[in-house]
Design a protein around this ligand. Structure first.
Ligand SMILES: Cc1cc2nc3c(=O)[nH]c(=O)nc-3n(C[C@H](O)[C@H](O)[C@H](O)COP(=O)(O)OP(=O)(O)OC[C@H]3O[C@@H](n4cnc5c(N)ncnc54)[C@H](O)[C@@H]3O)c2cc1C
Length: 425
């Protein structure tokens, strides 16, 4: 049995009964592989449209990145619309621009409609450590306003000091349509919504093979599902189940700590409005306070997704650089999770044959885009492919160095960007 990692989220998860293991032969319209946000959002949109859906999860609902992440509802994609506009035909860029803020809206709609208790708080901050980064945030504000976000405010050095008690930043962009959630409780709430609408979810049911065909045949160790469509949503935890997908992406680890409970007063002394924050560095720090007033602080990247030996040694110095006033605070939880990096840092959506779909590779910013992905998948299966295809047409390339050398090559690239961040050039 593979259980949730020992994180603050698992320790504070809403009460939930485990889902059974698949031990039978089933038939359905859509078989979804993976119960993270990509799989859950797909399944929920599909059951809402009346499809029969079976979700197969290797471990537990929210076992992967979706149950371990920073909980930050960050708008747009992991590369912003300017990169897309520079690389795609105008109509594709227009479609992708029109969806920049939709994922966050879907999350809020889910929370409201299904009454999901996941500590939703509104407001997210992008903080600049250098004038160059602040200049880029100004440009981001202009782009996002052009695409309809009227909830943005640029903060100068005094302004940023009012939203975060740290001397690290020269300014920031506040996005009041950003926000944060308890990520595992969001996943568990979405799974329950699927179940209540007749969707079937199986845990401890790793898919071992997919045989293409009409229907496709999806096998686990103890059962099988015949499905008209298959959705591959295993992201960084998929391994080599679908070899076509493995070469164009790279699993990476990032680490998170949760402090002891600080109490409301001390938590608000750090982040007075309870916004979440991420900085603008290539390898970024991200943090927020939890519903029970801990600081949850994440950062760092391990290319190739090996588990680092000592997460406290990696993350505590980052936390203390931001908040030296926390030197006396104990850390109660540490964990690591894997996200899937693509070379362009744009998500990968597509089809294999005519009835196997995949969505993956959100490159570290997937809380919103996964929710959008599920909606677009449900659109494509009901005959409206235009918006899904705007993503599917994004160009993707293998990592330089192939599977053997992609890790050192990418780490060297990241070291270069980190140096540029430090020098502010
Ligand atoms: C530590 C961390 C912090 C992050 N912080 C943020 C953040 O604050 N904001 C943000 O926007 N993004 C963040 N991200 C990224 C975001 O969490 C991910 O992009 C998103 O959760 C990906 O969702 P997913 O459903 O595609 O994949 P996952 O949530 O990883 O789910 C994939 C699931 O598929 C299952 N699976 C794999 N193979 C099989 C198989 N063969 N059979 C059955 N099941 C299988 C896995 O067990 C897993 O449960 C973070 C990621 C990490 C790791």
């Amino acid at each position: 049995m593979t259980e949730h990692v020992n994180s603050y989220y698992a320790a504070s998860a809403n009460q939930h009964a485990p889902y059974p293991t698949l031990t039978e032969q089933l038939e359905c319209d859509v078989c979804v592989i993976g119960a993270g946000y990509t799989g859950l959002s797909s399944a929920l949109h599909l059951v809402e449209k009346g499809y029969s859906v079976v979700v197969l999860e290797a471990a537990r609902v929210g076992f992967g990145a979706s149950g371990r992440n920073g909980g930050q509802i960050v708008n747009s994609y992991s590369r912003d619309i300017d990169t897309i506009e520079a690389n795609c035909p105008p109509e594709q860029a227009r479609l992708l621009g029109s969806m920049l803020f939709e994922g966050g809206q879907i999350i809020r709609e889910r929370i409201k409609r299904y009454n999901i208790q996941c500590d939703l708080q509104e407001g997210g901050v992008f903080a600049a450590e250098t004038e160059k980064q602040l200049h880029e945030l100004k440009a981001q504000q202009a782009r996002w306003e052009k695409w309809g976000n009227d909830k943005l405010e640029l903060l100068d050095a005094d302004g940023v000091r009012e939203v975060v008690a740290s001397d690290r930043y020269v300014g920031a962009l506040l996005d009041k349509s950003g926000g944060h959630i308890h990520p595992l409780n969001l996943a568990l709430g979405e799974a329950e919504a699927i179940r209540l609408q007749g969707g079937k979810i199986f845990e401890q049911s790793a898919v071992t093979s997919i045989t293409p065909g009409q229907p496709a045949l999806v096998k686990t160790a103890k059962g099988a599902v015949k499905a008209r469509y298959v959705v591959v949503a295993g992201n960084a935890y998929l391994g080599n189940l679908v070899p076509e997908l493995a070469g164009k992406s790279m699993p990476c680890g990032t680490q998170v700590i949760a402090t002891e409970v600080l109490g409301e007063e001390r938590a608000r002394s750090l982040l007075p409005q309870n916004y979440c924050l991420e900085d603008c560095n290539y390898l970024l720090d991200y943090y927020r306070t939890s519903g029970d007033h801990r600081l949850i602080y994440g950062g760092g990247v391990v290319y190739g997704a090996r588990d680092p030996a000592d997460i406290e040694r990696l993350i505590i110095p980052k936390m203390l650089k931001t908040f030296p006033q926390l030197a006396d605070v104990k850390v109660e939880y540490t964990w690591t999770g894997n996200f899937l990096l693509t070379l362009s840092r744009l998500p990968q959506f597509g089809r294999i044959g005519h009835n196997i779909y995949y969505m993956q590779g959100y490159s570290g910013h997937g809380v919103t885009c996964t929710h959008l992905a599920g909606k677009l998948l449900s659109e494509v299966l009901s005959g409206q492919a235009e918006r899904f295809d705007a993503f599917a047409k994004l160009p993707h390339y293998p990592f330089p160095g192939g599977r053997l050398f992609r890790i050192p090559f990418t780490a060297a690239g990241a070291a270069w960007y980190t140096l540029r961040d430090r020098l502010g050039v």
